[in-house]
Design a protein around this ligand. Structure first.
Ligand code: PRX
Length: 662
């Protein structure tokens, strides 16, 4: 019998244990060293080749990259493609129509299986439905759906007709939804009555109603998928505006021919948090994005589409769901699992039961989930047969070596490669990761840029460093890169391209992450260097939460920090100054209701772990809040250098106040 175990080497430095691929894995691996060599020899030709191999072009491209309008790139600019056709029809035409595209399981245990032929048929109808509702090429459609097949169908239907989707995570509040609808000027919202979460119905349509009640809107129709209340009896219904998805789709034609759109046709807008209170609408286009999504999905996950069952646990409301639930896997003809609910419903072993039931071979999830499983104990996953798993992936935040090793050992049966993948909403696809079967893996390090991706760790002046700590920069344009911030070209340049604008070969991309390059040349991600927090792998802006807090009548001023948290990576900790006239109420009631207020304003993911009432905030002479000092306090560390404070005694007062209330 072949030994499938990877061999491990440990050298003296802490956490520099490495795992070499097993001979068996390496022999069957999709990726090879040749990819690095080819990209090294000619980066643009490498991407052009990948694109021709992985994508069907309605009209082949002759240009690869036009960077003359930097920092806006045009990839494959004179080509034409249809993204949905690439994810659907062509697999059917190639004889794979009977292959399962989606194994879907609802939280209550109901199931649905869609083959590529069935999914294609559904998307064709949905495309006709959108057209019948007046949606045209370039129009924006907001999608506010749970993890049900219609989420995938809706996204692909929008793409199929050359319109632009803006998926809003179902956990966001009515307020956040409305801000996104307005910014993108969406004409249509696709939602569901509700979804199942932890054994209960979590309503969605009522949030859309509430969002649309707030004054004039560009939204003409609401398409509602029936999911949680079969009779719809609990729903408010606006005649003429609101339509049931199932009733409408039954009336449209089943045939739809996908036409090609230009490679730079906008595919989607996805909002993400930046350093100001206003989320940024990150714009992605078609040909380059799909190329990178398909390339990375195939090579980083060692995809064998005929035999693998792939599961990415991300919600389609995040970029990971876009690139690694919808576009990458479907472009590659993968069979995947889609699960509606939470990992612990109805019991703590739900994920592992699903892996056993569907024979999942590739699992892609976030460190925060791994750490919470670690906390709950290995006996829970050990109740299920996880032997089908052969590759594990991690994304969204730094994975600590302990969690990496636990993941590999307990979930991966001490034998699977673990790929830690670094990327962002803005990058569209994975940028830094080991290639399984090729690269040795190293717990805690995202490791090396993928073939065709150029990354440096640089010092403050933008000079690349051999090893040590610095900032992460992407030094060459890449196919999946964002093409802008919706409606705000200046912010695009300012946020990403001004920091290293003077690089010798054109502007470099500033990722906003700190990074370390170790002696082996491997890259370790060290977290954000700006006012963006990462809570359970979700990006949140301190400014956004602060503005939600000061919108509350009690709050005069607020400062928010991301404090390290054992399970969620970081947690939101808020410091608030209460207006004089409300101080009595707050000292009687406590400030806890402010946590709920933030959750209502933004969404449950933004709920602060703690809210401390203080009399002052630490400010510099120019009035800038020194969040670094508050973070020291929230993390129970000694307070750092306070010399630049306008009043250096302030931190002592705040510390006493916080300690009193703890
Ligand atoms: O700080 C990095 C962290 O997540 C940020 C991007 O967040 P978002 O756009 O929401 O996309 C998350 C999913 C791709 C990055 O700036 N991040 C993402 N992956 C990793 C990571 N930090 C460390 N290691 C990773 N593998």
């Amino acid at each position: 019998m072949t030994d499938t175990r990877e061999s491990s080497t440990r050298d003296n430095a802490a956490h520099s244990e490495r795992f070499a691929p097993s001979a068996e894995f390496a022999a069957g691996a999709v990726a090879s060293r040749d990819l690095y060599d080819a990209a090294e020899a000619d980066r643009l030709e490498f991407w052009a080749d990948q694109s021709r191999q992985l994508i069907h072009w309605h009209k082949p491209f002759t240009e690869v990259l036009d960077w003359s309008g930097a920092p806006v790139a045009r990839w494959f600019g004179d080509g034409e493609l249809n993204v949905a056709y690439n994810c659907l029809d062509r697999h059917v035409l190639a004889g794979n129509g009977d292959r399962v595209a989606l194994h879907w399981e609802g939280e209550p245990g109901d199931t649905r299986t869609l083959t590529y032929a069935e999914l294609t048929a559904e998307v064709k109808r949905a495309a006709n439905l959108l057209t019948s509702l007046g949606i045209r090429h370039g129009d924006r459609v907001a999608i506010y759906l749970p993890m049900i097949p219609e989420a995938v169908i809706a996204m692909l239907a929008v793409a199929r007709i050359g319109a632009v989707h803006s998926v809003v995570f179902g956990g966001f509040s009515a307020e956040s939804l409305r801000a996104r609808i307005d910014d993108a000027q969406a004409k249509l919202v696709i939602t569901a009555d509700g979804s199942w979460r932890k054994g209960k119905v979590s309503p969605l349509k009522p949030a859309v109603d509430a969002a649309l009640e707030r004054g004039e809107t560009t939204v003409e129709h609401l398409l509602v998928v029936r999911r949680a209340w079969p009779d719809g009896e609990k729903l408010n219904w606006v005649q003429g505006r609101d339509l049931w998805w199932d009733e409408e789709i039954a009336q449209v034609d089943a045939d739809h021919v996908a036409r090609g759109f230009e490679a730079e046709n906008p595919l989607f807008i996805l909002y993400t948090s930046g350093t100001t209170g206003k989320p940024k609408g990150i714009l992605h286009t078609s040909g380059g994005y799909l190329t990178q999504a398909a390339f990375t999905h195939r090579n980083v996950f060692d995809l064998h589409p005929e035999s693998d069952v792939y599961w990415c646990t991300a919600d389609v409301g995040w970029i990971t769901g876009h690139s690694y639930v919808v576009y990458g896997p479907l472009a590659n003809g993968a069979t995947q699992l889609l699960y509606e609910g939470t990992p612990d419903a109805p019991g703590p072993g739900r994920w592992w039961e699903l892996i056993e039931k569907y024979g999942v071979t590739i699992l892609y999830t976030a460190p925060t989930a791994i750490r919470s499983f670690m906390k709950a104990g290995r006996d829970i996953p050990e109740r299920s047969d996880l032997s089908s798993l052969r590759l594990l992936g991690s994304v969204g935040e730094p994975i600590n070596p302990e969690a990496w090793l636990w993941y590999r050992s307990v979930i991966g049966g001490d034998s699977t490669p673990v790929v830690d993948t670094w990327w962002q909403t803005e990058t569209g696809g994975i940028m830094i990761s080991a290639l399984p079967g090729v690269t040795e893996t190293k717990p805690g390090a995202a490791q090396v840029p993928l073939p065709g991706i150029s990354v440096e760790v640089v010092d403050d002046a933008g000079e690349p460093i051999e090893h040590g700590d610095g900032l992460l920069a992407v030094t060459k344009p890449w196919p999946g890169m964002l093409r802008g911030i919706w409606g705000d070209p200046e912010r695009y340049v300012e946020t990403y391209w001004s920091r290293f604008a003077d690089a010798p070969d054109g502007p470099w991309y500033f990722a906003g992450d700190g990074a370390r390059k170790d002696e082996d040349g491997d890259i370790w991600l060290l977290g954000r260097v700006d006012d963006v927090m990462n809570v359970s792998g979700h990006r949140l802006s301190t400014a956004e939460i602060e503005s939600a807090l000061v919108a509350h009548p009690w709050v005069a001023e607020a400062a928010v920090v991301g404090a390290s948290d054992e399970t969620t990576g970081q947690a939101v900790v808020a410091f608030v100054i209460i207006r004089a006239r409300h101080r009595e109420t707050v000292s009687a009631e406590g400030a806890d209701s402010l946590r709920g207020h933030v959750a209502e304003q933004i969404g449950a993911i933004a709920r602060p772990r703690q809210v401390f009432v203080v009399d002052e905030l630490p400010k510099t002479r120019s009035g800038k809040i020194m969040r670094r000092l508050l973070r020291d306090l929230a993390e129970g560390r000694e307070i750092g250098d306070t010399t630049t404070l306008a009043d250096t005694t302030v931190m002592q007062i705040i510390t006493d106040e916080v300690n009193d209330s703890r």
